[in-house]
Design a protein around this ligand. Structure first.
Ligand SMILES: [Zn+2]
Length: 304
């Protein structure tokens, strides 16, 4: 089973277009450097997963989708055919703009197979009618969870997070999920949770026994929230646990017996973007890595 990190930044990416903070400025200075030398620069979070062969599942469709596909040789049209794509399906964790806007850029294809929860499907057909727009270009075939594509079973765990900001507040479950992708041949399991509001008992059970875990690395602490409405701040706090602090994710991850642990969905304000920062050192010392654009992770079959 293989996992390719297409983007590792939070909404807006790094640099964010209207931000001149030190980290965004350093990301801007990386313009023109080869990809391997870009340390700060990040596109918006998205991963692709394949079991065997060349059928890839895209998990979340970021607004940077076109440049992410252009960078990834794994997602190029198959050799020997003029048109086509190894993309088998798209699976969504939620209806946030940085995870769904990219769907619009798949309109040149012949069909989109889309897995998402009922509340997200409803949003994408009403308040943010991406699916209604896409259906003018190609068929969109929807699956609920659990789903299976290209030899990968996708299971979802509803989290406590609310709907995307463009929706009215709602207590309904299923606006945000963590996804577990299980290779049907390899037996490998990975969990993707770019928006983690709490470490519930159910989430602990969901990640138990997985081979790789990608967790919400949006904020180091709540102090990073830039001036915005109190309502928006509250909603962000309820959607993303910070990395640091006794209630943060790092204290939990440090003792979690999962072989491969990563932060993804890192916001431009998070000091862990700077490898020299003490916060980044603290993450490394806890045995957790920080995912970067273009990172490829291979999980070999458990019986080999
Ligand atoms: Zn910034």
């Amino acid at each position: 089973m293989r996992l390719l990190v297409l983007g590792s930044g939070a909404g807006g990416g790094v640099p964010q277009w209207n931000c001149r903070c030190p980290q965004c400025s350093r990301a801007r200075e990386e313009r023109g450097l080869p990809g391997s030398q870009k340390v700060f620069r990040r596109t918006q979070a998205s991963i692709a997963v394949a079991e065997a062969g060349e059928r890839w599942i895209l998990v979340n469709a970021s607004p940077d989708l076109c440049s992410q596909f252009a960078q990834a040789k794994e997602l190029a049209p198959p050799e020997g055919s003029l048109r086509g794509s190894p993309l088998a399906a798209v699976a969504l964790t939620d209806g946030q703009l940085d995870h769904t806007t990219g769907l619009l850029f798949l309109r040149e294809g012949t069909e989109i197979r889309l897995a998402c929860t009922d509340p997200v499907w409803k949003s994408l057909n009403s308040t943010f009618p991406v699916v209604s727009v896409l259906r003018h270009f190609l068929p969109v075939e929807r699956s609920s969870y659990p789903a299976e594509f290209g030899g990968v079973r996708i299971e979802a765990l509803p989290l406590s997070g609310g709907p995307a900001p463009y929706e009215a507040p709602s207590e309904e479950r299923g606006h945000v999920v963590a996804l577990r992708l299980v290779g049907q041949k390899s037996g490998r399991r990975l969990v993707y949770a770019p928006g983690l509001p709490e470490i519930s008992e159910a989430f602990v059970a969901f990640v138990s026994g997985c081979d790789a875990l990608f967790v919400d690395g949006t904020f180091w602490s709540e102090e990073e929230l830039t001036p915005m409405s109190a309502e928006r701040q509250r909603s962000i706090r309820q959607s993303h646990l910070p990395v640091s602090g006794s209630e943060g994710t790092l204290a939990w991850l440090a003792h979690l017996p999962v072989p491969e642990k990563f932060y993804i969905h890192v916001n431009n304000t998070n000091p862990i973007l700077d490898p020299e920062a003490p916060q980044a050192k603290q993450v490394r010392e806890a045995g957790v890595r920080i995912a970067y654009d273009g990172m490829l992770l291979s999980l070999y079959p458990s019986h080999s």
